[in-house]
Design a protein around this ligand. Structure first.
Ligand code: ADP
Ligand code: MG
Length: 259
């Protein structure tokens, strides 16, 4: 189940000495980790330790919160995400996000997927049809919805809605997918489906996933970062974190002593 990572995979994201404050409160301290290409990186740690903040810093969503201040570096594909030559829109096109609660638009299944490509100027019906089908296939949802594409997405089950949100993210052809506890609102069976999907998606995409579920991190990730009180206690190959952690606090957390 646990596997060893390839050494040569390049870092898609690198955070160097990265700090973030909400007003007076420091939520991230000296974060130095990287998210490697075509791997799954798990971010674990107790509630309030800064996992979501870290993920939202990567696609600059955190800046929607007033009074956020940051220092240090976030490098994406060898360039600072704050470089004026990169717009937030460009960054978010390449770095998609999936949230804890499935959040489909109140539109048809088809329109949920076609929405992003349309915003990017694609109008041709044949091309849109193709993107919708491919995205739904790649999210393992096509067979379940192909005969009801024009039904409202709210009629899908929670697990299907979450796979729809992943398909919606794939439709804009991202390179990185950030997932913030994507299965915590799902039943065990839907959770396993989404996990299986994540395992196949990493052949093409780079994935960072926040999870509260330690077994999930062990099952699907290549590397794991353990956050505590806004700091990274340990960042290593997942097998190392779970079988042979270097820090006592990591050991305590992964063995369920707190959190
Ligand atoms: P996690 O995802 O690990 O539960 P978060 O990143 O959501 O943690 O939060 C980290 C810390 O930052 C917490 O103390 C939280 O209260 C604080 N925080 C999160 N979002 C905001 C916000 N919008 N404004 C002020 N403080 C926030
Ligand atoms: Mg969170």
């Amino acid at each position: 189940m646990l596997k060893t990572v390839e050494v040569n995979k390049k870092a898609m994201f690198e955070t160097q000495n990265f700090n973030l404050w909400y007003g007076e409160k420091q939520a991230l301290k000296n974060i130095d980790i990287s998210i490697h290409e075509k791997e799954v990186t798990a971010i674990i740690g107790p509630s309030g330790c800064g996992k979501s903040t870290y993920l939202k810093a990567l696609n600059r969503m955190v800046e929607l919160v007033p009074n956020v201040r940051m220092t240090g570096k976030v490098i994406y594909d060898n360039k600072s995400i704050f470089d004026p030559s990169v717009t937030v829109e460009q960054l978010r096109t390449q770095v998609g996000m999936v949230f804890q609660k499935p959040n489909p638009f109140p539109k048809s299944i088809y329109d949920n997927i076609a929405y992003g490509p349309k915003i990017h100027g694609i109008r041709n019906k044949m091309i849109l049809d193709e993107i919708v089908e491919t995205s739904l296939r790649n999210a393992y949802l096509w067979d379940e919805v192909k005969d009801r594409l024009h039904e409202n997405a709210y009629r899908l089950s929670g697990g299907q809605q979450q796979r729809l949100c992943i398909a919606r993210c794939l439709a804009i052809d991202p390179r990185v997918i950030l997932m913030d506890e994507p299965t915590s609102a799902l039943d065990p069976q839907s959770t396993l489906k989404v996990e299986e999907l994540i395992r196949t998606l990493k052949e093409k995409y780079t994935i960072a996933i926040v999870t509260h579920n330690m077994q999930q991190a062990a099952r699907i990730s290549d590397r794991t970062a353990f956050f505590l009180n806004g700091e990274v206690v340990e960042f290593a190959e997942t097998a190392h974190i779970f079988n042979n952690p270097s820090d006592k606090r990591t050991e305590g957390y992964v063995s369920g002593q707190f959190g």
